[in-house]
Design a protein around this ligand. Structure first.
Ligand SMILES: CC(C)(COP(=O)(O)OP(=O)(O)OC[C@H]1O[C@@H](n2cnc3c(N)ncnc32)[C@H](O)[C@@H]1OP(=O)(O)O)[C@@H](O)C(=O)NCCC(=O)NCCS
Length: 190
């Protein structure tokens, strides 16, 4: 989920604080939904879900490009029991980078707008963080954009903290937190 080309601003980043590594979050779902791992037969409904969440350039090849980095048992779906439909998703990925040399990433969080307001995003994110912790990652991070408020609210509620890795980040986070009415937390890093 990175684009840092000319004229485009860097994405926001958040990290899971080390002090919470021994307290991974537990996914909680409302009645009528269940959490399970993605299976190959889910591809078509997964791509439909991604499109409904606004990621409309996802197709088979796009998914295949992500596959090598996804941890085993680290690709989650929330399913609506009554319809059998996949309504939320996220993945745990091995994603080392210059800023996060041994990093694991919470990637591709998406939810069906028809099922919004039930904190299903929070549940899949909790499952991913828990899987990354279980796999031994000590640096767990994510990338997002300033306008993705439901996602950012979910990340903050879960325990992620803003990662101030370059100039301008503190100001951008200030604005996001003000918009969400979220008290500015201690900075995770500079
Ligand atoms: C991220 C996503 C999965 C969350 O879906 P969800 O779990 O159904 O989210 P909810 O509707 O329960 O909202 C989560 C929180 O954000 C809050 N929220 C929702 N819209 C908001 C807005 N416009 N402004 C401020 N807060 C908002 C909700 O009130 C809720 O807070 P609460 O738990 O304190 O009540 C979904 O919004 C999505 O697919 N977005 C598009 C894709 C995306 O942005 N992915 C993340 C990429 S980094």
């Amino acid at each position: 989920m990175t684009w840092e080309g000319a004229g485009r601003q860097k994405q926001l980043q958040m990290i899971w604080p080390e002090r919470l590594l021994d307290r991974p979050p537990r996914p909680e779902l409302p009645e009528g939904y269940e959490l399970r791992c993605y299976e190959d037969t889910d591809e078509s409904q997964y791509l439909q879900l991604m499109a409904r969440a606004g990621f409309d350039n996802w197709d088979h090849d796009r998914l295949e490009r992500e596959r090598p980095s996804i941890l085993s048992d680290g690709f989650f779906l929330v399913v609506h029991r009554a319809t059998g439909k996949a309504v939320a998703t996220a993945m745990a990925q091995h994603s080392p980078s210059e800023l996060h040399p041994c990093g694991g990433v919470l990637g591709w969080v998406a939810g069906d707008p028809e099922h919004k307001g039930k904190r299903l995003g929070l549940a899949v994110c909790a499952a991913v963080v828990s899987r990354l912790v279980q796999a031994g990652y000590r640096r767990i991070y994510l990338q997002t954009d300033d306008g993705r408020l439901p996602a950012i609210k979910s990340y903050l509620k879960l325990g992620f903290e803003p990662f101030l890795f370059c100039e301008g980040m503190a100001e951008r986070w200030q604005k996001v937190c003000e918009t969400l009415g979220w008290p500015r937390s201690p900075d995770a890093g500079q």
